[in-house]
Design a protein around this ligand. Structure first.
Ligand code: UDP
Length: 215
């Protein structure tokens, strides 16, 4: 069979949002399936749901996966499974995403409608940017970072691996010689206004954002 099989890992809310974007990226002969480790239905939004093992044995000349699961540790575990099984990932980008100048972005990203990446930005692997989020100039974003919708990440901000930025959060711009840093695995709550560095593993909320862990 010459057609390709495109798997969307995660048959839940985000997976269903990513499905129409994948439809726009593939040709008519290709097929899309959902993949889920806890599948409860055989068909979702008119698309077949497979277990990972069923995907592996499907008879297609080329098979690729995008990981549409917001939890970053889950994404990393699934990436390791893909590597073990020699399955490539594919990137997803909505047709109205704005990518300006000198953007370096690693594999596995999902950029949903109305996302903007401005200029001189570096982004690691398996980045998710949800609806209407932006990343401004000179930001450096690590691996497995997740932006919920409408994140406003201003210039000269560094976000380390596995950080999660909640809906509508605003991150103040840093300086070229002193970027604002959001540490590894930190969580920024929805609507937070981040005005200073966030330590690795911390959880911050509010305006100005304060640590939930440190009181
Ligand atoms: N899931 C999976 N393998 C895992 C962890 C999660 O297949 O190791 C699936 C899970 O069964 C669910 C989806 O991923 O269907 C995650 O859905 P959820 O609503 O929790 O998150 P979202 O869609 O918002 O990312």
């Amino acid at each position: 069979m010459n057609s390709k099989l495109f798997g969307i890992y995660g048959a839940s809310g985000f997976g269903r949002e990513v499905l129409p974007l994948v439809r726009n990226l593939i040709s008519n002969e290709d097929k899309i399936v959902f993949i889920d480790d806890n599948k409860t239905v055989e068909i979702l939004n008119n698309i077949q749901v497979l277990s990972f093992d069923e995907f592996l044995v499907s008879d297609f000349s080329e098979k690729k996966i995008t990981i549409a699961i917001a939890d970053s540790k889950t994404r990393e575990n699934i990436v390791n499974k893909l590597i073990e099984n020699n399955i490539d990932s594919f990137d997803v980008i909505a047709n109205n995403v704005i990518v300006m100048d000198d953007i370096n972005i690693d594999e596995g990203y999902i950029l949903t409608p109305h996302v903007t990446l401005t200029s001189n930005i570096s982004i690691g692997k398996y980045f998710h940017a949800n609806l209407y989020s932006y990343v401004a100039h000179d930001c450096v974003i690590g691996d497995y970072v997740t932006f919920a919708p409408s994140v406003k990440c201003n210039g000269n901000v560094h976000i380390e691996d596995h950080a999660y930025i909640g809906t509508g959060a605003i991150i103040k711009q840093g300086k070229p010689n002193k970027p604002l840093i959001i540490g590894k695995g930190a969580v920024v709550g929805m609507g937070a206004v981040v005005t200073k560095n966030v330590k690795a593993g911390d959880v911050v909320f509010g305006n100005p954002a304060k640590s939930l862990k440190r009181g």
